[in-house]
Design a protein around this ligand. Structure first.
Ligand code: SAH
Length: 256
């Protein structure tokens, strides 16, 4: 080869937060605004992609539950290939890269190939949804423990959630829309009260956000009747009954 080998680029694993571009960290915003190559998930809001400079290259690796446009090892290989070719990569992920984001696997693949990695934290959906719905995840009176779990089909029945939900604790379920009914059954079988309050927060921190409230036994019907769609989070615990008055007030104002 006549040309000198290019220097290796850096892969930035960047949290894009729950949607609203205002919820990016300054570091994430700076990286996006200077990006030459953006590799992004489907959950990343178009308004955030629009912050990239003209001429930036975009690669979508959008994943959905049943339909994978690109397998995880292909994504890893893409990041490594681009970095080894000398390109800095802004790998944008919804929420935080290390909360149900498979950022760990991407970082490991880069390390194995000698590619430098930087991780920029983002506001995970739990924090974004809690803030937007004004549901505190912890509260002196209601919860001093908060857990994040993944509720997708695969392995749901084998997951041991015992003790994660109940009085004095908050359970936040990511990716639980499709399995809402089984989740309620599982928790009630674990001894949780069927009347435990819950909230389903769809499209948190986006203009189309919906906050639905109910009780554990009614979770399946609530999700079905309201046609809840991903992305949505389920928050189970006494804190889910808080923030309700704020919402009723804003609904009353909107319909007045
Ligand atoms: N890394 C992301 C989570 C990716 S898993 C994070 O830290 O937030 C994808 C799941 O995140 C979705 O199925 C949904 O449960 C949740 N999620 C992501 N964005 C959301 C949003 N704006 N509103 C509600 N839930 C969201």
């Amino acid at each position: 080869m006549s040309k000198a080998a290019p220097s290796v680029g850096t892969v930035h694993l960047v949290g894009a937060g729950p949607g609203d571009p205002d919820l990016l960290t300054l570091r994430a915003a700076r990286l996006v605004m200077n990006a030459r190559l953006v590799v992004h998930d489907g959950l990343v809001d178009p308004a955030i992609l629009a912050m990239a400079p003209r001429g930036a290259r975009f690669v979508s690796v959008a994943k959905q539950r049943a339909r994978h446009t690109m397998k995880q090892d292909e994504i890893n290989a893409l990041l490594v290939r681009e970095a080894l070719a000398g390109n800095d990569v802004v790998r944008l992920k919804g929420g935080d890269p290390f909360v149900f984001g498979r950022g760990g696997e991407e970082a490991e693949a880069c390390h194995a190939a000698g590619v430098p990695v930087q991780v920029v934290p983002g506001i995970s959906a739990a924090m974004g949804a809690a803030a937007a719905a004004q549901i505190p995840l912890t509260h002196r009176e209601n919860a001093s423990i908060v857990s994040f779990v993944a509720g997708q089909c695969k392995g749901l029945s084998e997951q041991n959630w015992a003790g994660l939900a109940g009085v004095g604790r908050t359970l936040v379920i990511y990716m639980g829309v499709a399995t809402a009914e089984q989740i309620a059954e599982k928790l009630i079988a674990d001894g949780l009260s069927p009347t435990m309050p819950l909230a389903v927060i769809e499209n948190a921190a986006r203009p189309e956000m919906r906050v639905l409230r109910g009780q554990l036994a009614g979770l399946g019907p609530l999700v079905a009747n309201e046609k809840v769609k991903s992305p949505a989070l389920i928050v189970i615990g006494e804190v889910a009954a808080r923030g309700d008055s704020m919402e009723l007030k804003s609904i009353a104002e909107a319909t007045a």
